[in-house]
Design a binder for this molecule. Structure first.
Ligand SMILES: NC(=O)c1ccc[n+]([C@@H]2O[C@H](COP(=O)([O-])OP(=O)(O)OC[C@H]3O[C@@H](n4cnc5c(N)ncnc54)[C@H](OP(=O)(O)O)[C@@H]3O)[C@@H](O)[C@H]2O)c1
Length: 297
């Protein structure tokens, strides 16, 4: 686990969100932090991303992780605060693959968890059980034994996939502790149904999506994102990978390699763009920390 670094207190510019559930020293650097009750049939879904001034979430290449855009201890701490309140942490499989790739060939990837001891304490006081990492994948060739997160010793884990993907994973055996939730038909995956199953079958009331852009885009298209936590890092990186950046083997043969924004895949038309209320804004140094809530009429 990463060792936490000291952080500066956040300067609150404004905050219209719910009050914290109780007074607790762990909230001190951030101040007020609460959520509304979850909807009846699915979890409250909140996302957390960091982006550059020009809206980019990853540099791609050998420095592809979000941390390379963030470069902020406060942003890392806020990630822990958000994780402390989550019953499940949802990610697309590429986000795990990127963490594994950046750690070298022998790596079995990482386990996503709260690193800050004060926030681990807060999580307990919130009555939260073991942390749970949840991955979305078609599971065309996913070998669960290649990833530490599926060992079951540190956190609980789950996979959301199609019925065909679920059958492939179950046939591997040896991972009875990994919850495999099938939704859809054959190879087709039904994301909204999978999110509802997280509530019905695993009791997930607050679900934190940490990316990546592909998963976020499909959640947003299905109007499943209730809130967005968005850190703006004071760096400008540009969307097209410059010729001097070394490319990974998987990035070769793409004439114009584009860095993604938060929202991967098809978006909206003018008629159906989504609207959001700006709930809060904080700063720490030159980083800006925003919270937006989906406006549904
Ligand atoms: N700046 C930030 O805050 C931030 C946050 C997270 C990630 N990132 C960066 O973003 C990059 C990864 O993003 P990404 O967009 O390539 O990948 P991603 O969203 O993490 O993962 C995409 C994969 O997840 C599965 N998936 C996602 N949505 C699905 C759906 N609706 N149905 C079925 N499967 C679905 C598929 O897995 P299979 O291919 O296995 O079927 C798909 O290939 C990495 O560089 C990471 O470091 C940045």
């Amino acid at each position: 686990m990463e060792s936490p670094s000291p952080i500066r207190p956040f300067e609150v510019l404004f905050d219209n969100a719910e009050p914290s559930p109780f007074t607790d020293e762990a909230y001190a650097p951030y101040g007020n932090f609460g959520f509304p009750p979850p909807p009846a049939d699915r979890p409250w879904v909140y996302s957390n991303f960091v982006q550059s001034l020009d809206g980019i979430t990853t540099l791609l290449g050998s420095h592809g992780s979000g941390g390379e855009i963030s470069q902020s201890h406060e942003d890392r701490w806020l990630m822990d605060l958000l994780r402390a309140h989550a019953d499940g942490l949802l990610m697309g499989m590429n986000t795990m693959l990127e963490e594994q790739r950046s750690r070298g060939l022998q790596s079995r990837g990482i386990v996503f968890q709260v690193a800050d001891p004060n926030l681990r304490g807060l999580r307990k006081r919130l009555g939260k059980e073991r942390e749970r990492n949840i991955f979305v994948t078609r599971a065309t060739d996913l070998d669960l034994s290649r990833y530490k997160v599926f060992d079951g010793d540190v956190v609980d884990s789950a996979v959301l996939t199609s019925p065909a993907g679920a059958a492939r994973l179950r046939s591997q055996g040896g991972h009875p502790h990994v919850a495999i939730l099938a939704a859809g038909e054959g190879e087709a995956f039904d994301l909204p149904l999978a999110i509802r199953k997280l509530r019905q079958e695993l009791g997930v009331e607050y679900l934190l999506c940490e990316g990546g852009p592909t998963l976020y885009g499909s959640l947003a298209r299905a109007d499943l994102v209730d809130e967005k936590f968005m850190t703006v890092s004071p760096v400008e990186v540009g969307q097209i990978v410059p010729p001097e950046q070394e490319r990974l083997p998987s990035e070769q043969n793409i004439p114009t390699l584009m860095r993604p924004t938060v929202f991967g895949g098809p978006g909206f038309t003018r008629e159906n763009v989504t609207h959001w209320t700006w709930m809060s804004c904080r700063k720490a140094g030159d980083h800006q920390f925003n919270r937006y809530r989906r406006k549904r009429s």
